[in-house]
Write a new protein. Sequence first.
Lengths: 821, 107
Amino acid sequence: MRLVVVGNGMVGQRFVEALAARDTERRWTVTVLAEEHRRAYDRVRLSAFFDGVTPDELTLAPPGVPSGVDIRLGEPAVAVDRAARVVRTAAGEYPYDALVFATGSRAFVPPVPGTDLPGCFVYRTLDDLEALRAFAAGRATGMVVGGGLLGLEAANALRLLGLRTSVVEFAPHLMPMQLDAAGGAMLRQRIEAMGIAVHVGTGVTGIAASPGGLRVAAGGDLAFDTDVVVFAAGVRPRDELARAAGLAVGERGGILVDDTCRTADEAVWAIGECAAVDGRCYGLVAPGYAMADVVVDRLLGGEARFGRADTSTKLKLLGIDVASFGAATGPLDAVYADPAHGLYAKLVLSDDAQTLLGGILVGDASAYGVLRAAVGGPVPGKLADFLSSGAPDVALPGDAQVCSCNNVTKDAVLGAIHDGCADVPAIKACTRAGTTCGSCVPLLKSLLAEAGVAQSTALCEHFAYSRQELFDLIRVRGVRTFSALVAEYGTGRGCDVCKPVVASILASLGNGHILDGEQAALQDTNDHFLANLQRDGTYSVVPRIPGGEIVPEKLIVIGEVARDFGLYTKITGGQRIDLFGARVEQLPAIWRRLVDAGFESGHAYGKALRTVKSCVGSTWCRYGVQDSVGLAVALELRYRGLRAPHKIKSAVSGCARECAEARSKDFGVIATESGWNLYVGGNGGFRPRHADLFLSDLSTDDLVRTIDRFLMFYIRTADRLQRTAAWIEGLDGGLDYLRAVIVDDSLGICADLDAAMARHIDSYADEWRAVLEDPEKLRRFVSFVNAPGTPDPSISFVRERGQPVPARQQPVSLGIPEVRR
Amino acid sequence: MTQWTVVCRLDELVPERGVAALLDDRQVAVFRLHDDRVRAVGNHDPLSGANVLSRGLVGTRGGAAVVVSPMHKQAYSLDDGACLDADAAIPVYPARVRDGLVEVGLR
């Protein structure tokens, strides 16, 4: 049978060789019609021509011709008569039983004026290169249109020809098909260091002859004078012959074929860059080779199909290794960027950081093979291990940019670790590394490990479990007491670290009053006495004033209580009134007065919701757009008593002026014209942090449901004493992950979280009133067990600005740097 | 010679919590351990200057029974009064349970 192959490029040659190798029975007689006058050559290495490699050295064809193959160089096909099954050339006609198009591509030249002027070239064939070399002799400057891989090849060629070279790329960065912005930027830096000017984000609008040569006009009124222009801005499939023969082409060109590479005409096939497999063209040689093998198999009766093409690329451009494999972007990145050495590497990971999706290597592509091979499977190791010539043990250099967003080097991170940062949130707080895109968080973890910082999640010496693990243990196993927990899962009798944690977990899971039974022994003193311990051993009482809204009668009661018990009063930052100087035995009597007036005391202590501040909102304010007070009151009453890994603060602002300072809160709400914006992860304190916008324009119902889940997920998964900000920063995937979990229910736990919050709300009871109603609990509020009528004689007050204050004013030694006055 | 003073009934004490007791003009913190043994130490936290140790959490540190000051979290041994986190110490008093009554000894 007669087979005609149109084209003798790399793919056409591969096809002929593969067929010759497999068609041992010589079923096919092959005629190859080649446009060029030379046998197939390695177009991928085309630029080597300018390095002195001869065309003969680039040839792909072995000496001689396989038997049964007739290669007709310089005899391009000019027409195909499908009805007659004949291919015509200028010299004759070639009948076929099967026809394979392997016509490849032509260079794309932008449709602007002047591209046909002398000095304009394309970069496609050895003939093009020879013409370019001839023209460039004795000239000074050259410009390449196109900053993709072909354009950079061409730029190198011009440079090797001795021209002062520049590159114009329409996309915002170099190699837009393969690289991300950071990789493109790194490449640009290295190329510019070679003296090649790079202009990105601008397109050529026209070329005109000028006295000195050519004038290239580009977007933004740019103009460049040059002697030579090389168009290397991509390729277009050579499908004109097929079109003329009535074969369908893809939307973007290319001969339309199915996944067997066959056109609608069962005798006609197309392979390589001219083929649009299911509509898609591939500008790389590897998919072309795969297509050639498919058609060979089919012609010999096989069943091969073209599968998913590997578009991975590894090149040496201007002496710089560049590789891209798999996906160039994805949910998570591990990034290494070292501008000092022009190195950039990125691994694209699945959202759980377990699967390698792809990556980019600039400057050092030695790990390309192993990494490309690992795409789709588990991440084969730390990115750091694949750098530096692929040597698995070689560490990152100290000046390696660990966090490219915030320009934090490895040395800076190690310095922070040396200064005591023992986990990722601490490093983030200290260096800002990892706080923007979060992509370097895995690297931070590996640096911690490298520095020998044990990432133990053990709560304390009594439990080898993290808080989250303990939470799950207690929840799933239904543990109800500390004794049972420590007996089964811990050692010793607990301490001031694990006991309050377990108390908090038990409270979060709804275990009755916090002073019931054994739980009483777990509570920190503030929780144990339901008030705030002050420096002299007295307590302060802070009646709950939800949203900061209070009626005059209650305000008067607070004044009366303070007066009658001799308490110092101060208005707090949480829109409450704090009453100081209550002795432990006075607390029940104070609560009684408050309860009788319709108050409850409030959680100004403990790891629980504190207050929900508000501005006055639309009720009074002429700028307010929503009822911020009403929402704040509702939120405070909803979440009061909720025990958490750390204190939780909130605020609601009635308009964008943000008078309630909601963005400094763990969850803050700011009214919009159409609803509420929810911000999460803010805090004041030692390291102030603004909350980040989580969701916009929520209805009140959606807002509340989202906050419910946010709080419950935080309570279940955060570490001990971890505010929401650090918790979110510690989540792999950060806010996006959090949205996935509590908005999109990616873990399928939202119903559970909702139910847990509903249980909390339903079971909430006034903890202070409960003490008043329980003689057993009430009995603990005495000064001395053997002298309950005697106040602590060491407590005394002096008056200052008309109020009582502790008489003793001695410095307090804290575990943090002391401030001396 | 040790003078034993009854401060309360054992069942008035919550296991692993303490109470303050006034013995003459001394403030004593009395603790009931999980195994119903009792310990007595000074109630005065020398590092904060407040009489608060009876309100601290009781637990173990490396196997030793400790009370942790509720003020700034330093641990004191209930056996010898030594502070495990700072250069400080608190007095330790003999304590025992007799006929369901907690007694503290003063010399």
